[in-house]
Design a protein around this ligand. Structure first.
Ligand code: GDP
Ligand code: MG
Length: 597
């Protein structure tokens, strides 16, 4: 019965205790024992556990008894990172309530705010949870003030809790039952369910995690996926649980469940799509279905050129699980055959590269990440440029437009100066500056995505001793005065190293780039010129001196094992080199761009 169902999500800034709280709630509802709890259950992917982030949404169906009445609590997990904000919004759209978890010793951070806005857009009942009250540094009253101040959220009903000790958890569960509205779908209407997560299971194929809004999904039913227009039979249905999923014959109105359709490809059950009955379809899909678009692109090349097909296989397999990756083959004079891969953001890119290397044993070179430019040509046409080396010749360009993001930064006020300098240097336009309390400040900037796509987070952390938090969302395209900066090694342009930079920074970036390159290129048997150029104009130059002698020369005779070791090391080094003309470039050199300011 719908009146006994509560669907809710947990939103939090990273490390504020979302996973710990989820585990504690699961335990409190008796769904697992203390022993089973052992490791955090809600984060299942290896990389997620290591990095402590949630990439794919998980869910769990629980039973909680209050005043003798049993309630079904569906805890709908949300991905914890801004790169996945499309998935976040679909998860939140599947709930009626959200627990806003804020660390009592840290206070409101950038991702707290971003997630609350999505929750408010979805009209969710928000229950503030001030977590980690067991910490000596906890100051829950102050955090409550911060939330009211920044977000304008009424915190009179905030729950003070510790996911670690269990304090406040019962009170929280009671609040969920009392305050989160029950779902209110039409049980008699045609089936209408949103897919808010999907993934690939080796045995069952592509699985869809859905929230049913109207009607129900039954085993054996023929359903229609509205986005793809394809019809499929429901082979199985399961209530989600990280350890003990249970089978069912029907997922009813207001409920959450996993649908097995026997499909090979997750793109057939894309996040945001609507499932309905094939014979009696609902009139309109849930919400507006839109395809997720990648914002960041990079070239991925196998170090060993023979591994191109292996890389293709690996990408095909990853795609089964992560419909948001896109890729197409590209070739580079410098790097040979590889793929141009599109990602949702910077973290997504790191995760994909890491999975390719870890799960598929590939050694990869990734070129510097780049955004998508819109280029208006002199003949009136417009092209999209995802690879700097494909930027049209300047004589053909009328205007270049680049994507902007809205960046939210929260920092202790002592670092304010550093951040303002840093953002000005990155062409940021300040939109807002607001004190959260006497010593913490929130800054909002519109900034070219190009300026934050490389290394921004690390720089921000070091400018603020790790105290600042940061979040961003894409906003629009704006005209930019941009040029393509090329790097030439021994006279040849290395296509994989080209970058797009603001015209006024071309000179200084070029100088830094060749200096960094000079350090990364080992001495060769001959002198090598490293140049930076814009168009045909060379703007900076360095020389890598010739080495002349054999590396083993410095082992003056004697120690044979040392000599062998050195040769082996040299061989190992060679493997990780790429020959550009007759010059050997190490893997690192292709990331030189990431090392400059
Ligand atoms: P998430 O990134 O929001 O999922 O955060 P986690 O649940 O992974 O928690 C981050 C860190 O805070 C972990 O080391 C937890 O053990 C710790 N933590 C979570 N809740 C509490 C709490 O109530 N008290 C204390 N002292 N530590 C907590
Ligand atoms: Mg977590």
């Amino acid at each position: 019965m719908q009146k006994n169902i509560r669907n809710f999500s947990i939103i939090a800034h990273i490390d504020h205790g979302k996973s710990t709280l989820a585990d504690r709630i699961i335990q409190e509802c008796g769904a697992v024992t203390e022993r089973e709890l052992g490791t955090q259950m809600m984060d299942t992917m290896d990389i997620e556990q290591e990095r402590g982030i949630t990439i794919k949404a998980q869910s769990v169906r629980l039973t909680y008894v209050k005043d003798g009445q049993p309630y079904i609590l569906n805890l709908i997990d949300t991905p914890g990172h801004v790169d996945f904000s499309y998935e976040v919004s679909k998860s939140l759209a599947s709930s009626e309530g959200a627990l806003l978890v804020v660390d009592a010793s840290q206070g409101v951070e950038a991702q707290t705010i971003a997630n609350v806005y999505i929750a408010l857009e979805n009209d969710l009942e928000i229950i503030p949870v001030i977590n980690k009250i067991d910490l000596p540094a906890a100051d829950p009253d102050r955090v409550v003030e911060e939330i009211e101040q920044t977000i304008g959220l009424d915190c009179s009903g905030a729950i003070y809790a510790s996911a670690k000790t269990g304090e406040g958890i019962r009170e929280l569960l009671d609040a969920i039952v009392d305050r989160v509205p029950a779902p209110q779908g039409d049980e008699e209407a045609p089936t209408k369910a949103i897919i808010y997560d999907s993934w690939f299971d080796n045995y069952l194929g592509a699985l869809a995690l859905v929230r049913v809004f109207d009607g129900s999904i039954k085993k054996g039913q023929e359903v229609l996926i509205m986005g793809t227009g394809k019809k499929h039979q429901v082979l199985g249905l399961t209530y989600p649980h990280p350890l003990k999923p249970t089978k069912t014959n029907e997922i009813k109105t207001g409920e959450v469940g996993i649908v097995v359709l026997g499909l090979k490809n997750v793109s057939d059950v894309a996040v945001g799509d609507t499932i309905t009955d094939a014979k009696h379809p609902t009139k309109e899909p849930v919400g507006g279905f839109k395809e997720v678009r990648p914002f960041v692109f990079a070239g991925l090349y196998p170090i060993d050129t023979d591994k191109f097909e292996e890389l293709r296989d690996a990408l095909d397999k990853l795609k089964l699980n992560d419909a948001s990756i896109s890729y197409e083959p590209e070739s580079s004079v410098a790097l040979g055959f590889g793929f141009r891969v599109g990602f949702l953001g910077m973290l997504h890119m790191e995760v994909v590269k890491e999975r390719l290397e870890r799960e598929f044993g590939l050694d990869l070179i990734a070129t510097a990440p780049t955004v998508v430019y819109k280029v208006e040509l002199t003949d009136g046409t417009e092209v999209e440029v995802q690879n700097p080396s494909e930027m049209p010749d300047t004589s053909k360009i009328e205007k270049i437009y680049e994507p902007y993001v809205r960046a939210t930064i929260i920092t202790p006020k002592e670092f304010l100066g550093n951040i303002i300098t840093m953002m000005a240097d990155r062409r940021g336009v300040q939109e807002k500056m607001e004190y959260l309390n006497e010593d913490r400040v929130m800054l909002v900037y519109a900034v070219p995505m190009n300026e934050i796509v490389v290394d921004f987070y690390d720089k921000l952390k070091s400018a603020t001793k790790g105290y600042a938090s940061f979040d961003y969302e894409p906003i629009d395209y704006r005209e930019g005065d941009l040029v393509k900066l090329d790097v030439r090694v021994a006279g040849d342009v290395v296509d994989a190293l080209s970058i797009i930079v603001p015209r006024e920074k071309a000179q200084s970036r070029g100088r830094e780039l060749v200096k960094t390159m000079k350090e990364l290129i080992p001495r060769q048997l001959f002198e090598v010129a490293v140049q930076a150029s814009v168009g045909n104009k060379v703007i900076a130059r360095e020389t890598v001196k010739s080495m002349g002698k054999n590396v083993t020369a410095k082992c003056y005779g004697g120690d044979i094992t040392r000599k062998r070791k050195l040769l082996e090391k040299q061989k190992e080094g060679k493997k990780r080199m790429k020959a550009i003309g007759k010059v050997q470039l190490p893997q690192d050199a292709f990331l030189a761009v990431l090392k400059i300011d």
